[in-house]
Design a protein around this ligand. Sequence first.
Ligand code: PEP
Ligand code: MN
Length: 361
Amino acid sequence: MKFNELDQLRERLDDVNLQLLELVNLRAAIVKQIGQIKNKQGMNRFDPVRERQMLDQLIKFNNGPFENSTIEHIFKEIFKAGLELIEDDDRKELLVSRKRKPENTVIDINGELIGEGKVHFVMGPCAVETYEQVKEVAQAVKSKGIKLFRGGAFKPRTSPYDFQGLGIEGLQILRQVANEFDLAVVSEIVNPAHIEEALEYVDVIQIGARNMQNFELLKAAGEVNKPVLLKRGLSATISEFINAAEYIISRGNGNIILCERGIRTYETATRNTLDISAVPILKKETHLPVMVDVTHSTGRRDLLIPTARAAIAIGADGVMAEVHPDPAVALSDSLQQMDIPTFNHFIDEMSNFAATIHSYE
Ligand code: PEP
Ligand code: MN
């Protein structure tokens, strides 16, 4: 008898579920019609006043057993689903998303095509210190056939007492040396007001990890016609990283290279934790090229080769690392910059590795 009663109640529940199903879909059909009318009249789809009225009415007629707050919660979800139904698909997908643009974005930096399948190296000192120092590294970089030359003129340092970079003078040194060796300059800009001025000196504007959510800087970089290398923030999720890139593209500049540079975790063996799986995730979710900075992610010279191999193997479009003629006396990141013989060895190892990978293809 008891069993029968349970069965009967379950039957009634199934019945109510089906009625609810019919009703929520009926509601959705009406919402769609409203959406069409609003579309024609150019009206905003979300109307908070109207939503409040509907909730107030429901609460007025609520006789329980559900609490008013529960009713509000359930109906807000239904309202939200209705709103999503009438939002056009274009507005839902980000401009950087592969759903919006299935093909890879290929960025032309003085003839180097980033994102078309080959691995590119971005090498150079952490900071511009002197003309001679930059020139020595540029010579080594050039002799390995590398075109993308990095160097920091504006250094975002943890301590205000540490070397802050040479500023515009540093950019001038980079440009001069890059012209002598036919290299492209990648350099970090930290202030939106410097973007315009920097255009004269740099081929790629770098936005550093500490500025990934400096929205005014992102907007300023989005308004110029220069490729941007955007680094992942120290504590940024992949979704926040993608949204930072969206800030740039939404202002018109779609030439963006994403750069995974390690994130802060509880691990102390490395300076940051290289989130290697971010590379295929970013490549799947967005159409942008993705690079890996092995210097700042590991903070360890002995890990540069293995992590760079991992980056190449997992599909990165490029690898960034730092090189200094005499790292022991470098004004920044002295622990992890490579000296020139180490750099030469690093690049030879990368060529061997690339050849090994291709031999399996
Ligand atoms: C840099 O590349 O010079 C740098 C400061 O790196 P990050 O912003 O990733 O710390
Ligand atoms: Mn550095």
